[in-house]
Design a protein around this ligand. Structure first.
Ligand code: HQG
Length: 182
C-alpha cells in the first residue's frame, strides 16, 4: 500500500469524520462514531474506493493516531479535531502539566495578543506537551511562533483541560495573560 494512498485516505477520513460527514451522506453519533460499512458505501458513492484493509492501515499508520476503531470493529472515529456541530466528544477532565505549547504563525500574533487563543472552527484550542509538535503545527500556517501556555496556573483558576486519546491537550480558550513566547 503506497504512502500516497495512505496520506490521501487519511485526509479524506479527517474531512468526513471531523468536518463534513454529510458530504458523503454519513451520520456520526454524538461521540463521533461512524459505521465502517456506511463509510465505505458513502465513499463509493463519491467515487472513492475504500475497504477495511485500507482503513485499518490508515488507522495503524497515522503518525498522530488521529483515528480509532471501536472494540467491536464496527465503527471508526476521529479522536479529536472536530468542527462538525453534530459531534460532542465527552473528554475526561485532566490535570495538565505546568506548561503546554501551541504553535502558530507570526501573522496571527496581533490578534492572539488581543483575544488570546480561540478555537477557530474546531471545538477546542489544541495544545501539545512538546515544542517540536507545536513547531510542526505552526509551520503549516507560515513563519512559526511557539507559545508557552501556563496550563497549571489556568487550571488553578478554573479553566478545564482534557487530553484526547492521541495525547493532544484541549481547552476551550487561552486568555492572552497565560501566554508567553518561547
Ligand atoms: C490560530 C493538526 C488569530 C491558531 C495539528 C491556529 C493540531 C488565532 C489557527 C490540530 C487565534 C487555527 C489543530 C486568534 C488561535 N487570532 N488566530 N485569537 N487563536 N489562532 O488548524 O492548533 O494534522 O484549527 O494559532 O496537529 O493549528 O489535523 O488549529 O494557527 O493538533 O491531525 O488559528 O490540527 O492535526 O488552526 O491545529 P487550526 P491548530 P491534524
Amino acid at each position: 500500500m503506497s504512502k500516497k494512498l495512505l496520506d490521501e485516505t487519511s485526509k479524506f477520513l479527517s474531512f468526513v469524520l471531523r468536518h463534513e460527514p454529510q458530504a458523503i451522506g454519513l451520520t456520526l453519533d454524538s461521540e463521533g462514531w461512524a459505521n465502517i460499512d456506511a463509510l465505505i458505501d458513502g465513499a463509493a458513492r463519491d467515487g472513492r474506493t475504500l475497504d477495511r484493509a485500507l482503513i485499518e492501515n490508515v488507522v495503524a499508520s497515522s503518525d498522530k493516531k488521529r483515528f480509532s476503531i471501536s472494540a467491536d470493529g464496527q465503527s471508526i472515529r476521529a479522536v479529536q479535531g472536530h468542527s462538525t456541530k453534530s459531534v460532542e466528544l465527552q473528554f475526561e477532565e485532566k490535570q495538565p502539566p505546568e506548561t503546554l505549547y501551541h504553535g502558530t504563525a507570526t501573522r496571527f500574533m496581533d490578534s492572539i495578543n488581543e483575544q488570546g487563543l480561540i478555537p477557530g472552527s474546531r471545538h477546542h484550542v489544541h495544545l501539545s506537551q512538546e515544542t517540536a509538535t507545536a513547531s510542526a503545527v505552526g509551520q503549516r500556517y507560515g513563519t512559526v511562533v511557539i507559545l508557552q501556555v501556563a496550563a497549571r496556573r489556568m487550571q488553578e483558576q478554573g479553566f478545564k483541560f482534557y487530553q484526547a486519546e492521541n495525547g493532544v491537550w484541549l481547552t476551550e480558550r487561552v486568555p492572552a495573560k497565560f501566554l508567553s513566547t518561547v
